[in-house]
Design a protein around this ligand. Structure first.
Ligand SMILES: [Zn+2]
Length: 381
């Protein structure tokens, strides 16, 4: 089973059901890893590579014994768990199908090093930052966090040829359309000029491979992430250190609050990319597929209430749309805020609510301020 269409179709048979919600304790993941290691008859190795600031274990899973080395890491932002769920499914797939010719050949060409839940303290709280309050994706140079030190040390020790930097992105659209971005990809720049070298070109081939693999699952919903050089970020730094790195940003789909649709895309995209690296096919992936991906746009809000009446008092009112943001992927602790009002027909709401016949008093909605919208309209199931 190497075709991306087959992987998409058969995902359910490899899906680890312990993870059906985005938030789960890191210990549950470790229990799953231990169980799979036992079942794998020596194929999968789990070892501790250090501890988080609060002493939670950070563990590396190794599978395969090929000469091409690949490092995958997820959840350096504690509330970005979509790829971690997919990693469970990917490991399950590799163990279950290891005797198949295709998987056998993959595991003898590649050695996969997988670091799921790099920020377990953040994951335990389902928050972006580490226990020290640091965004570890801005800590690749100063290394104030033990978690960043571990990631750098592993890169230096293992010298992986390829890297998968796995995240969840803010709610984004496909350019200026109302289509939600399902996944955004980036071959990060290693300098402010966004130069190319062999390392980054390989990453671009890999990003094109990934995009091609998931295109048929979500046509037109794969985007390109902003490629502004960020010297403090790990993707950019890994590229500089010689690991061809692709940033995979899990996006959104309608009616998918637990991101199971996006998890499946990660499963398909990552396994397809691994097969393609193993066979060497990725080298012939057309870079223009990646270059021509539409950029991420900002035409979406978490909630849009349509055609609701704002009561100004003294018999005056306005009918308009109201946009509300939870910023769930970046600041999960914040209450919902009112971020826009007026004609929002060019925007899409992750949740769309018909506000016809409902009224909000003018005293309530203030731009930029917390807004308890559920006091005025009921949320659909
Ligand atoms: Zn992130």
């Amino acid at each position: 089973m190497t075709a991306s269409k087959d992987l998409f179709q058969h995902h359910e048979s490899f899906k680890v059901n312990a993870f059906h919600r985005r938030s789960f304790p890191p210990e549950v993941f470790h229990t799953f890893l231990d169980g799979l290691e036992k079942k794998s008859a020596g194929l999968l190795h789990i070892r501790s590579v250090g501890q988080s600031f609060e002493g939670r274990p950070i563990r590396l899973a190794t599978i395969g014994n090929g000469k091409t080395t690949i490092l995958l890491w997820s959840q350096m932002h504690g509330d970005e768990s979509t790829a971690t769920m997919a990693i469970a499914d990917i490991l399950q797939f590799l163990v279950q199908t290891h005797a198949d010719e295709a998987t056998h050949s993959l595991l003898s060409s590649l050695t996969l090093y997988i670091l799921p839940i790099l920020n377990p303290d953040g994951a335990a709280r389902f928050q972006r930052r580490t226990a020290q309050g640091i965004d570890m994706n801005r800590d690749a140079l100063t290394l104030c966090t033990p978690e960043a030190q571990i990631l750098k040390r592993l890169q230096q020790e293992l010298k992986p040829q390829f890297g998968f930097n796995l995240h969840d992105q803010e709610l984004s659209t496909v350019g200026t359309t109302k289509e939600l971005s399902a996944i955004a990809l980036l071959a990060p720049a290693f300098d402010p000029q966004k130069s190319d070298n062999d390392v980054r070109i390989r990453a671009k081939h890999l990003a094109a491979t990934f995009a091609e693999a998931i295109h048929h699952c979500v046509p037109g919903k794969v985007t390109r992430y902003d490629d502004t050089f960020e010297p403090r970020a790990f993707g950019d730094t890994m590229q500089k250190w010689g690991t061809s790195t692709v940033l995979v940003e899990s996006g959104h789909a309608l009616k998918d609050p637990e991101k199971q649709v996006i998890r499946r895309l990660n499963f398909v995209g990552i396994i397809s990319s691994l097969f393609s690296i193993a066979s060497g096919k990725y080298e012939s992936a057309d870079i223009s597929l990646y270059d021509n991906l539409p950029l991420n746009g900002k035409r979406a809000y978490d909630v849009i209430i349509r055609n609701v009446k704002i009561d100004h008092g003294r018999g005056k009112s306005t009918q308009l749309d109201v946009g509300i943001s939870y910023q769930v992927d970046t600041h999960s602790e914040l209450p919902p805020r009112l971020v826009d009002m007026g004609d929002l027909h060019t925007f899409v709401g992750l949740k769309e609510i018909d506000g016809k016949g409902k009224t909000i008093p003018q005293s309530e909605p203030r731009l930029g301020m917390p807004f308890e919208w559920e006091k005025y309209v009921t949320s659909p199931a």
